[in-house]
Ligand binder design. Structure first.
Ligand code: ATP
Ligand code: MG
Length: 394
């Protein structure tokens, strides 16, 4: 058994010793069967949260109303969730109530897709009532039960479908595929934050092109913030992307390029991205624009810093359909050559200038500092006080 499961098997054993059932469930079982790297293992149990808390000395209530307790054991933490069914759904997004049940099959039945509804015992045996293993082998994404019902219970599942297409490259089963289009308008009821989390995973998956084709052909894109006018642009961005090439922030910068900057302020506001992220995106965008008109030079990589320059260069290379390695190495080389990496390393500061020139402060200080920076970076003057003074005031 693989390491994360081996360690977690002790947790299951303790629950069983207390007289309850417990299994590995969800993404970790799916990823194990796919031979993928396993992040966190989730455990489902017949014990109620109170019963779980009685078994383990160290627990945290992370989502007790959904039946989830975080258990700290052996230097790790595990989310342990009581088997549950979800009662009636209201507003196409959340169950009115969850009820705890003692049956594993009932719990697996409420899960979204067959590939996510496989349980595994601590001995490594699978419980797979909906044919999830077969779908995994065939590369098929299929809802547990009737797709239109499952999508109307929680419309987010439709974006989760596109997300799994992007991460796994799977084909969507026929009925599920049809229901996506029929149920797409229900996405109106889903909070932007939940959409954003799935959209980010869609855009950074290895099969983003396939996933964006699902978003567009199934009309799902219409219910993403501000995307209604840009289906072609979304497909274009997906076309340009390559597996693992861009991180989340860089993907947004690329989206900006294809939908044009003047549309962006409105666009970002509706997606409710954090202000810090928005600033980073604009900075990459600006660096890319500078790059369009000229090759990188020392002052360029100094101005934008290494990370932003690399991000902009990556997008530039993708945009032109070029390999990434060489251009990125070039940016790194330039950055290494910089005599100073930031203004802090300059051997003079504003105070020196005020003293030397014996003038009151003003815009000129910043202008002089910038001139000095440029001269130091281009090698025109050494970065030491005397040389700079002589150069500035001959
Ligand atoms: P990841 O690798 O991204 O964590 P995951 O499959 O573990 O993928 P989670 O969002 O962590 O996804 O959810 C864990 C499990 O809970 C899923 O595998 C699925 O069984 C179930 N699940 C999650 N969200 C839903 C949903 N909206 N509707 C039904 N079942 C869900
Ligand atoms: Mg998970």
């Amino acid at each position: 058994m693989k390491p994360p499961f081996k360690k977690a098997a002790r947790v299951i054993e303790k629950i069983e010793q207390a007289g309850f059932e417990a299994y590995f469930v969800g993404g970790s079982v799916r990823d194990l069967l796919l031979g993928k790297e396993i992040n966190d293992v989730d455990i489902a149990t017949s014990a109620t949260p109170e019963e779980v808390k009685r078994i383990f000395p160290r627990t945290v209530d992370v989502g007790i109303e959904h039946g989830t307790v975080l258990v700290l054991e052996g230097g790790e933490s595990y989310e342990i969730t009581t088997f549950r069914t979800e009662g009636e759904y209201v507003d196409f997004r959340r169950p009115k109530e969850v009820s705890f049940v003692r049956s594993l099959t009932e719990d697996l039945k409420r899960r979204d897709f067959t590939i996510n509804a496989i349980a595994m015992t601590k001995e490594g045996e699978f419980v797979d009532p909906f044919g999830g293993k077969e779908d995994l082998e065939k590369g098929i994404l299929r809802t547990v039960g009737k797709p239109e019902e499952r999508f109307s219970e929680d419309a987010l599942r439709m974006l989760r479908a596109a997300r799994f297409v992007s991460q796994l490259g799977f084909a969507v089963e026929e009925n599920t595929y049809r229901a996506l289009k029929e149920s797409a308008p229900l996405l109106k009821h889903i909070a932007v934050e939940r959409k954003l989390a799935e959209f980010t995973k869609i855009m950074t998956g290895d099969h983003v092109k396939k996933a964006c084709e699902v978003l567009v052909s199934r009309d799902l894109y219409r219910y993403l913030p501000n995307m209604e006018a840009f289906p072609g642009q979304l497909l274009k961005a997906a076309e340009i992307l390559r597996p693992g090439a861009l991180d989340e922030t860089e993907v947004w910068a690329l989206l900006f390029l294809v939908i044009r900057k003047e549309n962006c302020p409105r666009f970002l506001k509706e997606w409710r991205l954090p202000t810090k992220k928005i600033k980073e995106i604009y900075r990459i965008y600006d660096a890319f624009h500078d790059r369009l008109s000229k090759e990188w030079d020392l002052y360029g990589v100094y101005t934008y810093g290494l990370e932003t320059s690399l991000s902009a260069e990556k997008i530039h290379s993708l945009w032109n359909g070029e390999e990434l390695d060489k251009p990125l190495a070039r940016v790194r080389e330039l950055y290494e050559k910089l005599p100073i990496k930031s203004r802090k390393e300059l051997q003079v500061n504003g105070n020196d200038l005020l003293l030397w020139k014996n003038k009151g402060g003003g815009k000129w200080v910043e202008e002089d500092l910038r001139r000095i920076e440029k001269a130091v970076i281009s090698g025109e003057v050494e970065n030491d006080k005397r040389s700079i003074k002589e150069w500035l005031m001959p």
